[in-house]
Design a protein around this ligand. Structure first.
Ligand SMILES: Nc1ncnc2c1ncn2[C@@H]1O[C@H](COP(=O)(O)OP(=O)(O)OP(=O)(O)O)[C@@H](O)[C@H]1O
Ligand SMILES: [Mg+2]
Length: 516
C-alpha cells in the first residue's frame, strides 16, 4: 500500500470537501475574497502559481513585478510563521500593501501542516491611503491604481470578526478531514514511546503492547535465545519475525519450523538434515533447516511438542553451535539465533518431566509474553482497520467501514481465538457485505451475535448515563475535540456539553487519537 505520509494534506480532496466549498463560497459572495490554501512552506496547496491573489486589490499589486515579488515573499513568510509554532501565525494582520489579512494554521496531529488565509481588503479609514501610497511606490499604472483603490473592499469590525471565524473553520475542517484520514488509513504501529523503533508489522497502541515493544527494543540487538509465550493466535510468529527484521541478522534468512507438524524422525531430518541412505527414502543428502538458517534466525514453533531425543540435539546446538545430520558422523557448526514459541506452560512440563529442565533454562534466557486480545481491547479498532485495509488490497476493492455498533460488538467480544479469530471475522464480514461499503452488526457471525454484550449497567439511569457518555465521547472524537461542533451534532448547547464533559470526566482524554 503506497500512501502519502498521513500529515501531507491531500489538497485535491480537501478542495472538494463540502464544508470547505460552502465556506469558500460565502467568502467569495460576501466580500469577493478567494480562500488561499497553502502548505507548511507557504506555497499554494493547489496547483496555482504563487503568489496567491485573494482579492482584486491583490491582483492590482501583482500586476507589476515588484508587487508580485513582495506578495510572494509575504506569503512565504506567512507559511514560515504557520510552520513554526514559536513564531506564531497572526490571525489578523496587515500585509506589505497595508491591506488586511486573515490566516489560520492547519494543525494535524499537533503539527502544523499548512495554512488557510485570505486578504486584500481595507480594515480601517487609513487602509485606502496606505494602499494608494504603496501602489505609487510600486509604480503601478495610475489608472489601474485608482481603480484598485476605488474598488477596495472595506470590512467593518464585525465582518472582520466573522471572516476570521470562517477562515478558522476552514482550517479546522481540513485538519479534521486529515486527522480522520490518517487514523482510518493508517492504524497505529506498535512502538515504545521515544524509542524511535517502530514495529511496522505489529499493529497496536495499548499499554501491554507498548510494554512488549520496550522488551523487543532490548532484545532485537542481542543474539540471545528468546522464548515467546502466548495463547493461540496472539501474534507469536509475528513477534518472532519482527525480532529478526530488526536485528543485525535481517539480511539473512528467517526460517520457521513447527515442531509438532511431523513425527520425530522426519522432524529430526528436517531440522538437522540427513546423509544419503541414512534411512529408507533418503535418496540424497539433504541440508537441514539449521544449515539453511545459518547466520539468520530460526523460529521453532510449538517447542513444547519436541520429543526428548530432539530436545537433546537442540540443546547441543544452543550450547555449542554444533549438530550432526541423521546418518552422518561429521559435526556441523552453525551460527543461528533461536526464537522459540509455545502456548503451553513449559515450566509445568518441566515439573512433570515432559520437558528437559536444562533445555528449558537454555531457551528461556529472555521470555516475552504476548498479551491476549481481551487484555488489550484498545487495539481492536486499529486491528480492525488494519484487516479491512488488507482485505481491500487483497480484493482490489474499496476499503469498507464498520458501523459503530458493529465495531462495539467486536471490541466487547472475548476473542478466545485472539487476533487470528478477529482477522477471520473481518474477512467474513467483508465477504458477507458484498458491495455494501458500510458493514452493519447484523452481518456478524452467530457466535458474536449470541455473546452477551459486555456486562451492562444495572439501572435505567445508569444505562442512560452510559449511553450519554458514549455519545458525547464519539461526537468529540468525530469533531476532533471541537466542543462547539460536537454540541451541534448532539443537539445540545455548548454550555450544556461542557458541563457533561466534566461530569463524565471526558476532558482528560483530549484529541481524536490519544497516544500514550
Ligand atoms: N499485533 C498484530 N498486528 C497485526 N496483525 C497481527 C497482530 N497479532 C496477530 N496478527 C495477525 O494474526 C494472525 C495470527 O498471528 P500469528 O500467526 O503470529 O499468531 P500465533 O500466536 O503464532 O498463532 P498460533 O498460536 O495459532 O500459532 C496473523 O495473520 C498475524 O498477522
Ligand atoms: Mg504460530
Amino acid at each position: 500500500l503506497t500512501q502519502p505520509p498521513p500529515d501531507a494534506i491531500r489538497w485535491d480532496d480537501v478542495r472538494e470537501l463540502h464544508v470547505v466549498r460552502k465556506l469558500s463560497e460565502i467568502l467569495r459572495r460576501r466580500w469577493g475574497l478567494t480562500v488561499a490554501l497553502a502548505g507548511p512552506d507557504g506555497r499554494p496547496g493547489i496547483p496555482q502559481a504563487p503568489p496567491l491573489a485573494p482579492s482584486a486589490a491583490c491582483r492590482a499589486v501583482q500586476a507589476v513585478p515588484a508587487g508580485e515579488r513582495a506578495c510572494s515573499e509575504a506569503a512565504a513568510e506567512l507559511g514560515r510563521r504557520a510552520a513554526d509554532p514559536a513564531a506564531g501565525l497572526p490571525s489578523r494582520t496587515t500585509c506589505h500593501a497595508g491591506l488586511g489579512l486573515c490566516a489560520a494554521p492547519i494543525v494535524v496531529a499537533g503539527k502544523p501542516a499548512g495554512l488557510v488565509w485570505t486578504g486584500g481588503f481595507a480594515v480601517d479609514d487609513t487602509s485606502a491611503g496606505r494602499f494608494a501610497d504603496r501602489l505609487v511606490a510600486l509604480r503601478v499604472d495610475r489608472d489601474a491604481a485608482r481603480a484598485a483603490v476605488e474598488g477596495l473592499q472595506a470590512l467593518p469590525a464585525a465582518d472582520l470578526e466573522y471572516l476570521g471565524e470562517l477562515v478558522r473553520l476552514i482550517a479546522e475542517e481540513i485538519a479534521l478531514y486529515q486527522t480522520d484520514l490518517a487514523r482510518r488509513s493508517r492504524p497505529a504501529r506498535a512502538a515504545a514511546p521515544g524509542s524511535g523503533r517502530v514495529y511496522e508489522n505489529i499493529v497496536g497502541r495499548s499499554g501491554p503492547m507498548i510494554e512488549l515493544c520496550r522488551l523487543l527494543d532490548k532484545v532485537v540487538d542481542s543474539d540471545s535465545t528468546v522464548l515467546v509465550h502466548g495463547e493461540n493466535g496472539t501474534g507469536k510468529e509475528l513477534i518472532a519475525e519482527a525480532i529478526h527484521h530488526h536485528s543485525r541478522r535481517r539480511s539473512e534468512r528467517f526460517v520457521v519450523q513447527n515442531c509438532s507438524a511431523f513425527n520425530d524422525n522426519l522432524l529430526d531430518s528436517e531440522l538437522f538434515g540427513h546423509k544419503k541412505g541414512a534411512f529408507t527414502g533418503a535418496i540424497a543428502d539433504k541440508r537441514g533447516l539449521f544449515e539453511v538458517a545459518d547466520r539468520g534466525t530460526f523460529f521453532l514453533d510449538e517447542i513444547g511438542d519436541m520429543s526428548p531425543a530432539l530436545q537433546v540435539k537442540l540443546l547441543r546446538v544452543l550450547q555449542e553451535g554444533t549438530f550432526t545430520p541423521v546418518g552422518d558422523t561429521e559435526v556441523r557448526r552453525v551460527d543461528v539465533r533461536i526464537i522459540a514459541a509455545t502456548n503451553r506452560d513449559l515450566k509445568r512440563m518441566v515439573d512433570r518431566g515432559e520437558f528437559r529442565e536444562d533445555l528449558y533454562y537454555r531457551i528461556n534466557v529472555i521470555s516475552l509474553t504476548v498479551p491476549p486480545l481481551r487484555d488489550r481491547r484498545e487495539d481492536i479498532p486499529d486491528l480492525v482497520q488494519h484487516f479491512l485495509l488488507r482485505q481491500a488490497a487483497a480484493r482490489r476493492g474499496r476499503e469498507k467501514r464498520l458501523e459503530p455498533a458493529c465495531l462495539s460488538r467486536l471490541v466487547d467480544y472475548a476473542w478466545p481465538g485472539n487476533v487470528r479469530e478477529l482477522e477471520n471475522e473481518i474477512e467474513r464480514l467483508v465477504v458477507m457485505a458484498g458491495d455494501e461499503p458500510v458493514v452493519g452488526e447484523a452481518l456478524l457471525s452467530p457466535r458474536l451475535l449470541r455473546a452477551a454484550p459486555a456486562a451492562g449497567p444495572a439501572s435505567l439511569p445508569e444505562a442512560v448515563g452510559a449511553l450519554e457518555r458514549t455519545m458525547i465521547k464519539d461526537a468529540l472524537e468525530r469533531r476532533g475535540g471541537n466542543k462547539t461542533r460536537a454540541a451541534v451534532d448532539l443537539g445540545i448547547s455548548r454550555r450544556n456539553l461542557i458541563r457533561k464533559v466534566s461530569r463524565y470526566k471526558l476532558d482528560r482524554a483530549r484529541g481524536p487519537a490519544p497516544r500514550r
